[in-house]
Design a protein around this ligand. Structure first.
Ligand code: PLP
Length: 394
């Protein structure tokens, strides 16, 4: 084992089952390991590097800001934070933005906002938040409680109270649960990522949105993974023609630097006053300057290209030998394979293609600007690996 892996295994808390690859550099959708081997990266750091590795425009935006001021604390005004908030609001119709550093933090803020809003407008007992089974909302004690997957909960009890889960795509179940628990909000991903890359039914999303509007319950959409162009629209809720009250995002927004954002719509825009919430690093000028560059480039041309490459993936893999099903939206793809997903991922890696997993599926989250030729090359390798059946490869 190399010194890099040895040191990591000795000193880094072993919470990650890392692949045996040391990435030392990258450009666009190509990663290079410590032995000089090149990979077509279809994971983009779990949907983070929206424009791939070391994108020139993003580097220019980040380094320009780095040379001016790297941090001030939120005691002072800086330009990038306000500019990014303005762009987020202009592109979504939301009214105010709170910045943090991760998806979990963006969701924590949404939960606080929903609780305070509900306490003030619906009543002090209105704190429960309904989330969906198979959802994923983060790793903090509260966002774990929101996450509707029991496997993440074991041995971390007691989690934050006030979360209940209901099956996806079953509106009558959600409605009757809401009548019992009298919630503050419903929170959901429109395409469940970690839960297996499953898009919610359009009718379900629209029924939930209408129900929330009629009953004064806030609709919180977690766009941490689905956001920022990933599903072929700027935010995934836009595929469903609904308007959430609160939107959270992170991952792809930063292009590789940590950032989280909680977007507050018409109803919740004034829920926070001075001192209600905060973050030392939130709104960091370097992260925001990079994110502004990323967001400003996710225009209709790019989104059309994302949708075109999505169709390319579906038509390449649907019905291919060894492929049971292809799910997802845009460049957020789940592949149910005949061979175990871990085996497919390992064989693809051997042949120079990096993929992710989600539950029992192979998951693809390529950079939004992956060149079509590279994508085709990677898809040919995935098809070949899936077709190989269950024979042992080494
Ligand atoms: C990744 C993810 C999170 C958590 O984001 P972190 O930045 O890891 O805290 C929350 N929600 C969804 C839908 C995610 O995919």
């Amino acid at each position: 084992m190399s010194i890099i892996q040895q040191r990591d295994q000795t000193y880094v808390a072993p919470t990650y089952a890392r692949f045996p690859v040391e990435i030392v550099s990258g450009k666009g959708s190509v990663a290079v390991d410590s032995e000089g081997k090149e990979y077509i990266d279809l994971g983009s750091g779990i949907g983070v590097t929206a424009f791939g590795y070391c994108d020139d425009e993003w580097i220019a935006a980040v380094t320009d800001q780095l040379g001016r001021v790297q941090h001030t604390s939120n005691l002072y005004y800086t330009e990038p934070c306000g500019k990014l908030a303005e762009l987020l609001c202009e592109r979504t119709g939301m009214k105010k933005v709170f910045f943090s550093n991760s998806g979990a933090e963006a969701n924590e803020c949404a939960i606080k906002a929903a609780r305070k809003y509900a306490a003030e407008t619906l009543g002090a007992d209105r704190y429960t938040i309904i989330t969906l089974e198979d959802s994923f909302h983060g790793r903090t004690v509260t966002t774990l409680a929101a996450t509707g997957q029991a496997k993440f909960h074991a041995l971390f009890q007691p989690l934050t109270a006030g979360f209940v889960h209901t099956p996806a795509n079953d509106f009558p179940a959600l409605k009757s649960l809401a009548e019992t628990v009298r919630p503050a909000a419903v929170m959901m991903e429109c395409v469940q990522g970690e839960g297996g890359v499953n898009a919610l039914d359009r009718s379900f999303v629209r029924e939930v949105a209408a129900f929330c509007r009629e009953t004064g319950i806030l609709l919180v959409v977690d766009e941490v993974q689905t956001g920022n162009g990933r599903t072929g629209k700027l935010y995934s809720y836009m595929n469903f023609d609904v308007m959430p009250d609160i939107v959270t995002t992170a991952k792809g927004l930063g292009g590789g630097l940590p950032i989280g954002a909680t977007l507050l719509g018409e109803k919740a825009q004034n829920v926070f006053g001075a001192g209600d919430h905060g973050s030392t690093f939130g709104g960091n000028p370097v992260a925001c300057a990079g994110a502004w560059n990323i967001l400003s480039r996710i225009d209709e041309n790019l989104l059309e290209d994302v949708r075109r490459k999505s169709r390319m993936i579906f038509s390449s893999l649907e019905g291919a030998k060894g492929v049971e099903s292809v799910t997802g939206m845009g460049l957020m793809i789940g592949i149910k394979t005949v061979r175990p997903a871990a085996e497919v991922i390992a064989a693809c890696r051997e042949r120079g293609v990096l993929c992710l997993s989600a539950k029992d599926k192979v998951r693809l989250l390529p950079a939004l600007n992956i060149p079509a030729e590279l994508l085709q090359k990677a898809l040919a390798i995935i098809r070949a690996v899936c077709a190989e059946g269950t024979a042992v490869h080494s």
